[in-house]
Design a protein around this ligand. Structure first.
Ligand SMILES: [Zn+2]
Length: 198
């Protein structure tokens, strides 16, 4: 039920672009983070997470009430996924155990319940709780870090771009968050280097 279409991002320079992180748990990192990433924080109140979930690739269209405790869990889960993905993107298989334990703890809660309608359309039993959504994210992360796609977790090769994604391209050669963003910048730079002004 993944709606694999990515999200529109607007960095400080204002150039909007579409970024497809390729997996729900990596998309969840777009809500912000700790340290350097705190300036991207989007989850200030429980309602912020509820609103974000509606735009995520999880395909949850109905109400998704979020409590303050669930928001705290969301931040903890996000920090764990961030560290795990950044480490995996270096090619390391030595992933921090405390972060893996956070995935296990949060995945232990029941996930959203799938339902099928009379027109054979699939959706989730409503309402989906914040804990159910977080369980789905944690389960997605377990699938990613414990499965064959681990080798395809990448960090954008762009300068000062730290976006993490799952490379779902067939040859496994995706290097950029987006061709419209970092890919294009590199192309322009290469062209400039070949034909230096003056
Ligand atoms: Zn990038």
């Amino acid at each position: 039920m993944n709606l694999a279409n990515g999200m529109e991002l607007t960095p400080p320079d204002g150039q909007r672009f579409r970024f497809d992180p390729g997996a729900l748990c990596l998309e969840f990192l777009l809500t912000g983070g700790e340290g350097e990433l705190a300036r991207w924080e989007r989850l200030h109140r429980p309602d912020d997470l509820a609103a974000w979930i509606a735009h995520s690739r999880a395909g949850i269209t109905g109400p998704c009430p979020v409590t303050a405790d669930e928001l705290a869990s969301a931040r903890r889960l996000r920090a764990a996924v961030q560290r795990l993905a950044a480490r995996a993107a270096t090619g390391s298989r030595d992933l921090p155990e405390p972060d893996l334990a956070v995935l296990n703890e949060i995945a232990a809660a029941p996930p959203p319940v799938p339902v099928i309608g009379p027109g054979l359309e699939r959706s989730w039993a409503s309402p989906v709780t914040g804990a159910q959504f977080l369980s789905a994210v944690a389960r997605d992360a377990i699938e990613l870090f414990g499965g064959p796609d681990l080798d395809r977790v990448r960090m954008c090769a762009g300068e000062r771009c730290y976006l993490l994604f799952l490379d779902t391209s067939r040859p496994g050669t995706r290097r950029w968050c987006s061709m419209d963003r970092c890919g294009n910048r590199r192309k322009l730079r290469t062209r400039r280097d070949r034909n230096p002004p003056g």
